[in-house]
Design a protein around this ligand. Structure first.
Ligand code: ZN
Length: 358
C-alpha cells in the first residue's frame, strides 16, 4: 500500500514537491522553489522524510534544499550531473541516468527525461508502479529521452495544459526573427539555451553570441554531462563552446542567462537595452509574474514565442497509454485544463490536488 500527497505542484505552476508514503518509508520527489520569486512549498506539517529524490537541477525542482532541516535532513538522491549543481554542503547519493537502484528497500528505475542536463524520470516499484516524470520532453534535439516502464500511477508534466504545437512549428515562427540582424534571447543555460544554439548552427545560420554561463554550460554538456545527450550532439556543442563569440554590443542572435532576466547577463543587457529600439528581445519560456520577462512582454518591448521544453498534450496521452496508467496526476499545469486532461487520458482517472491511495 502506498499513498501520494502533492505538497506542491498540482493544480498550478509552482515548486515541485510530492510525497509518497509506502509502509514506514517516506519518499519525497523534488523540493523546488519558484518559478515565481518567493514561492516555497509548504513543508511545515510534512514531518520526517526518509529520502529525497531529485528529477533534475532546475530551481523549481531542486531549489528548495534550504528546507531540508524542516523534514529531518533526509539523504538526497540525484544523478551525478544534477549533484554537481547542488549547494556544496549537499552530498548526494547517485542515481544513474539510465538504470536501477534501491532506495529505502524499494526498486527505483531512472531514465533520461529529454529536458535538462542530468534530468531523469523516476519509477518506483510500489504496487504496479509509480512513475514521476519531473519535467520531460520527447522533442529535444539535445537531451535524450528514454521511454519509461509501465506504471499504474503516473505523475506527469502537464506544464503546457492542452497545448499541442510541435517544436518544429515553434522553430518556424522563430526563424524569421533569427534572420534579423540583432536579437537577444534570455535563456536557461541548462535547458533551452543549448537547444536554440544547436538549432541555429544546424539550420545553417551563424553561431549565436553567448554569455559565460552559456559557454560553460555548453562545455559541461560536451564533457562531463554528455550522458544526457542525444547521439552526435556532443561534438557540435564542444565546437559551439570553443568558437561562439562573446556578446559584445547588440550583434547577431545573442543567448544570455537567466531566462526571466532577473539576474545574470540577460538582466544586465536588458538594463542597457530596455528603452532602446534595438536589439529585438524574445522570451521563449515560462514567464513568472513579477519578473523583467513579464514587464517587457507586457509593455510590448519584448515578444514571447514558446520553445517547447515540456510535453504536448498528445505526448502525455501517448505516455499514459504506453504506461498503462490507471491514475494520472497532471503536475505543474493549471487546474482549468482538467476537462482536456480527462478527455485525453481516459479511461485513466485524473486527479488534481488530492491524495492518491494505491
Ligand atoms: Zn525543468
Amino acid at each position: 500500500m502506498a499513498r501520494l500527497v502533492a505538497i506542491s505542484g498540482s493544480g498550478a505552476k509552482g515548486p515541485a514537491c510530492f510525497m509518497i508514503e509506502a509502509g514506514a518509508a517516506r519518499f519525497m520527489l523534488d523540493l523546488g522553489y519558484g518559478p515565481q520569486p518567493g514561492l516555497w512549498p509548504s513543508v511545515d506539517s510534512v514531518g520526517r522524510i526518509d529520502a529525497l529524490l531529485l528529477s533534475h537541477g532546475h530551481r523549481d525542482h531542486a531549489g528548495g534544499l534550504s528546507l531540508l532541516p524542516k523534514i529531518g535532513n533526509p539523504p538526497v538522491y540525484a544523478t551525478a550531473t544534477v549533484a554537481r549543481m547542488l549547494p556544496p554542503e549537499i552530498v548526494a547519493n547517485t542515481l544513474p541516468e539510465q538504470g536501477v537502484s534501491e532506495v529505502l528497500g524499494v526498486r527505483v528505475e531512472t531514465g533520461r527525461s529529454g529536458h535538462a542536463p542530468g534530468g531523469v524520470w523516476i519509477h518506483l516499484a510500489l504496487g504496479n508502479g509509480v512513475l514521476y516524470m519531473g519535467d520531460y520532453s520527447i522533442e529535444s534535439m539535445v537531451y535524450a529521452y528514454d521511454p519509461p516502464p509501465p506504471a499504474e500511477l503516473v505523475i506527469l508534466d502537464a506544464s503546457y495544459g492542452g497545448y499541442e504545437t510541435a517544436l518544429a512549428e515553434c522553430q518556424k515562427n522563430l526563424d524569421p526573427l533569427f534572420d534579423e540582424a540583432r536579437l537577444l534571447l534570455p535563456v536557461p543555460e541548462g535547458g533551452r539555451g543549448p537547444e536554440i544554439a544547436l538549432h541555429l548552427v544546424r539550420s545553417g545560420r551563424d553561431a549565436p553570441y553567448i554569455d559565460e554561463a552559456m559557454r560553460s554550460a555548453l562545455r559541461r554538456l560536451a564533457n562531463t554531462d554528455h550522458a544526457s545527450l542525444r547521439e552526435g550532439v556532443a561534438a557540435d556543442l564542444a565546437r559551439l563552446a570553443a568558437t561562439a563569440k562573446t556578446i559584445d554590443g547588440p550583434l547577431g542572435v545573442m543567448l544570455a542567462s537567466r531566462a526571466d532576466a532577473t539576474a545574470g547577463e540577460a538582466a544586465r543587457l536588458i538594463g542597457q537595452w530596455e528603452h532602446a529600439a534595438e536589439p529585438g528581445i524574445v522570451f521563449t519560456g515560462y514567464i513568472p509574474p513579477g519578473t523583467p520577462a513579464e514587464r517587457l512582454t507586457r509593455s510590448g518591448r519584448a515578444k514571447y514565442l514558446r520553445w517547447n521544453v515540456h510535453p504536448r498534450l498528445s505526448d502525455n496521452a501517448a505516455l499514459v497509454r504506453s504506461a498503462g496508467a490507471r491514475t494520472v496526476v497532471p503536475a505543474f499545469g493549471e487546474a482549468r485544463h482538467l476537462p482536456a486532461w480527462q478527455r485525453a487520458f481516459a479511461p485513466a482517472r485524473v486527479v488534481v490536488n488530492q491524495t492518491v491511495e494505491l
